[in-house]
Design a binder for this molecule. Sequence first.
Ligand SMILES: Nc1ncnc2c1ncn2[C@@H]1O[C@H](COP(=O)(O)OP(=O)(O)OP(=O)(O)O)[C@@H](O)[C@H]1O
Length: 626
Amino acid sequence: MKQFKAESKRLLDLMINSIYTHREIFLRELISNASDAIDKLYYRTLSDGDTGLNRDDFCINILPDKENRTLTISDNGCGMTKEELENNLGTIAKSGSLNFKKENEQKEDIEIIGQFGVGFYSAFMVSEKVTVLSKAFGSEEASKWESTGTAGYTIEPCEKESHGTTIILKLKPDTEDNHYDEFLETYTLQNLVKKYSDYIRYPIKMDVEKSRLKGGTKDEYETYTENETLNSMVPIWRKNKNEIKEEEYNEFYKNKFMDYTDPAKVIHSSTEGTATYNALLFIPARAPMNFYTKDYEKGLQLYSNGVLIMDKCADLLPDYFSFIRGLVDSQDLSLNISREMLQHDRQLKIIAGRLEKKIKSELESMLSNEREKYEEFFKNFGLQLKYGVYQDFGAHKDVLQDLLLFYSSGEKKLVTLKEYVSRMKEGQKFIYYACGENVDRVDKLPQTEAVKEKGYEILYLTDGVDEFSIRMLMKYDDKEFKSVSADDLGLETEEEKQAAAKQVEENKDMLNFMKDALKGKVKQVILSQKLKTHPVCLSTDGAISIEMEKVLNSMPTDEKVTAQRVLEINANHPIFKKLCSLYENDQDQLKAYASLLYTQALLIEGVTIDDPVEFSNQICGLMTKE
Ligand SMILES: Nc1ncnc2c1ncn2[C@@H]1O[C@H](COP(=O)(O)OP(=O)(O)OP(=O)(O)O)[C@@H](O)[C@H]1O
């Protein structure tokens, strides 16, 4: 049988130019390799007993050299023999690290990063020549591997004092669009280490030039060089919860997610089993400025073995919890070659599912134990939860319904649906709600009179999305929601209903006359069952309410919707008698009255009226009538 031959040159070309989208990750890859090499030697130390090595001596060094345009990354890890150099760096997709992992599978705490055998070649994205000097631990000889990329490589013996590997990158010349020399800037290198390799477990060091006040002077400065450790090494999320102080979490959050305020809540969880991960999540104390805009990007940082894989992994959070900031670190992820994407999202789905449950239970416990704090949270992010109920055709309503708060007419504060139901009166069939711009306005709505008179609580819905969410919920604890503007509020007895029907029948002609006078603006004019002292109000027939009409029509589309309006008149109000008498004696005046009453009802609902000037003239007409 013939063997396939890897077209090395083409493969390398492919590798260099198409695997990675950000060339800056070459540094992450080389540092990860160095960390793997140190890990391997360290494990050997553990199993072979005394090798004369001390864990504290292990480190990775970065050395930029602007004059020669080189960037050197060196480690004092296991190093490579000539054969290993040949095997590992001469064969694309050959990973010594993967072999090591397989051979040491039974050992605990192995956190080797490499697995694909391609990361090293990312160096060619920024380098015209790569030189590797390596000396295997315990060997006397060192070798030099050198390559300019697709043309091949050379290996020859060389001098190297101590064990480990030194990689020298000769950076490509700058072009108009590509400034490779940015990788020689201290600032860039510091940032890249912080971004991708902050939690590598060995120190990553670099000489950094600093300035200080010259001894004995007050305003003279001198520069000096300090060998600085660039990474913080210990990921706070891997520490034991009991050992972390609140301030430590807060500082971490503020630095990492660039917020000025301490988070409202820290959620730190570690899980083993089907998915092993550490998660450190935060609920911000305030919604970011752009939170409710298109610009806001949800997602958690995703680390694999302490190396940053993705800055905003959206799949880890459902939209309704998009306010959560934080990170997840897992060894179990199926990474693809570039570590820029995940291969299969099964593992990710399991983690996301667990996180969702965890976030929900944290919110629930905040709601029961820290009510004030929860209300503050709800002020910031409640809208997102309400959108969540409405989104995806209500698929998430069960998850979210107990996290919602609405203002209650009875309690005069925010209440949960559960609390509302627990206080429902005997015989109360529905959960009542009323919509409007703000609590004060809703409180004054004439439609609320009859329900209030019964001593029933009403939920005041003041956000545009509220009624949509409530309609999506349909029921809570088997109790239907009912708008106070609905035609049948379920408040009357059978006799009351019959008496009302009789009264409507008796006044049918007048009510129809008024309807015609309003020229199609209302579907019906009826005698109201919900008004007690107020003369008039508006209700709707059909699926769209006045509030929904307002919300839908405020959206930037050309299509406008209209709620089917019903004008309700209070038969117990003196105006009713007046209407009856006008119907008998002055039908022209009745037309004007119908229009006036309708406009008043619109104003009460907070709907802009079409012709305020005409309204004003009509009122003045009445005011000056002798
Ligand atoms: N600094 C180093 N010290 C010792 N061995 C190294 C070093 N860098 C690379 N190697 C060896 O070369 C192999 C290939 O490295 P490369 O970065 O291409 O792949 P990898 O790290 O195994 O996998 P991945 O593509 O997932 O990063 C490694 O598996 C390792 O055996």
